[in-house]
Design a protein around this ligand. Structure first.
Ligand code: PLP
Length: 393
């Protein structure tokens, strides 16, 4: 059975060109970039080149790029540094829809005595900057807001938010894990102090990330050890993955516009057809301001995990907006923050596409989904009683 992979916000396929760029650094060029000999030194040169490739994609300087192990580490390192370098400030502002890499960290810090404000979003997942304005105080150390939401794709106005934070001397961090490579980012044109990237969301391997730290921003390392990354992150460099991420960033910079048009067209077709063929379905999130590859669709009165199981039987991979926590199926915190009604939130599916998807795959999914939802609704007491109620009204 063929796999139709529509779960690219979870992780992406490593691009062929990326793998090819990486392979020599496993096989032959395995020297330690910190070594004095030429064998290691040549690897160091390649790391410098990768740093430039990453910097190019986001409008940064190479020395503003710190390689990390993942997006989660980058997020943790950013918040950690903001708090350590501003020890007198005990307030953190974030949002209710952040990834756990920020949200769970903020909850942990709340337990350590920090005050955390989680900004709300409206029913479309949109952030109101007035709430940010009202929340900032002289005690605020850092504002951390994601650029693109991993579940709905909704884009936050992070450049405006960064400017607002800066006016008050507050540090601004953004989790750009989902938006890097999907929308243009130019850090020369905004006041963002720190930005997180994860390799495996943009066709580089898992286990590599970046934290951008604007020149002049005080930084305190999260991983303390050797002199790597100009004393900002200890640990021998993950050379093959750094080289791979550099290549992935180069490809993203070259192809972003063309690829986004292609992916957006497929996404829009999928969305339009599913909404028209499946009654009581709707899109979650601001459709006018989204990442081009993401759609989050609720199918009322069915359960997300059940939908995924039947999709899986057809070889279709996606994600559900509910998470099985401690035996009870809870709708995702993102959909709850948006106030999506319970019966809708439970049956939500995130489809996230990539350039590797084809029109034929999208047609296949459009063809299979209506029968999957119909079958599950046939078994749903809620759907059946809802239909009955409609008929008797
Ligand atoms: N932030 C966002 C918005 C994400 O979607 C993810 C991963 O899903 C992360 C952070 C964590 O990235 P990593 O898996 O590289 O730790």
């Amino acid at each position: 059975m063929k796999t139709v992979y529509l779960d690219n916000n979870a992780t992406t396929q490593v691009a062929e060109e990326v793998l090819d760029a990486m392979l020599p650094y496993f096989r032959d060029l395995y020297g330690n970039p910190s070594s004095m000999h030429t064998f290691g030194g040549q690897v160091g040169q390649k790391i410098r080149a990768a740093r430039e490739q990453v910097a190019q994609l986001i409008g940064a300087s190479p020395d503003e790029i710190i390689f990390t192990s993942c997006g989660t580490e980058s997020d943790n390192a950013a918040i950690h540094s903001a708090l350590v370098t501003r020890p007198d400030k005990k307030h953190i502002i974030t949002s209710r829809v952040e990834h756990p890499a920020i949200r769970a960290l903020a909850a942990h810090l709340a337990g350590q005595g920090y005050r955390v404000t989680e900004l709300p979003v409206d029913k479309n997942g949109v952030l109101d900057l007035e709430n940010l304005e009202k929340s900032m105080t002289p005690d605020t150390a850092v504002v951390s807001l994601m650029w693109g939401n991993n579940e709905t794709g909704v884009i936050f106005p992070v450049e405006e938010a960064a400017a607002m934070a800066h006016e008050r001397g507050i540090l601004f961090h953004t989790d750009a894990v989902q938006s890097t490579g999907k929308i243009p980012i130019n850090l020369k044109k905004n006041a963002i102090d720190m930005l997180s990237i994860s390799g495996h969301k943009l066709n580089a391997p898992k286990g590599i990330g970046v934290l951008y730290v604007r020149k002049g921003t005080k930084f305190s390392p999260f991983l303390i050890g050797g002199h790597q990354e100009r004393e900002r992150r200890g640990g021998t460099e993950n050379t093959p993955s750094i080289v791979g991420l550099g290549k992935a960033c180069e490809l993203a910079a070259q192809n972003m516009e063309k690829e986004n048009t292609y992916v957006k067209n497929l996404r829009d077709k999928l969305e339009k057809e599913l909404l028209s063929r499946i009654p009581q379905s709707r899109v979650n999130g601001d459709t006018g301001n989204r990442l081009p590859n993401t759609t989050n669709i609720s199918f009322e009165f069915v359960e997300g995990e059940a939908i995924l199981l039947l999709m899986n039987e057809q070889g279709i991979c996606a994600s559900s907006g509910s998470a099985c926590t401690s035996g009870s199926l809870q709708p995702s915190h993102v959909l709850r923050a948006m106030g999506v009604p319970f019966t809708m939130a439970h049956g939500s599916i995130r489809f996230s596409l990539s350039i590797y998807n084809t029109a034929a795959e999208i047609d296949f999914v459009i063809d299979k989904m209506p029968a999957i939802i119909e079958r599950l609704r046939g078994m749903s007491p809620f759907w059946n009683s809802g239909q009955q109620a409609c008929k008797t009204q």
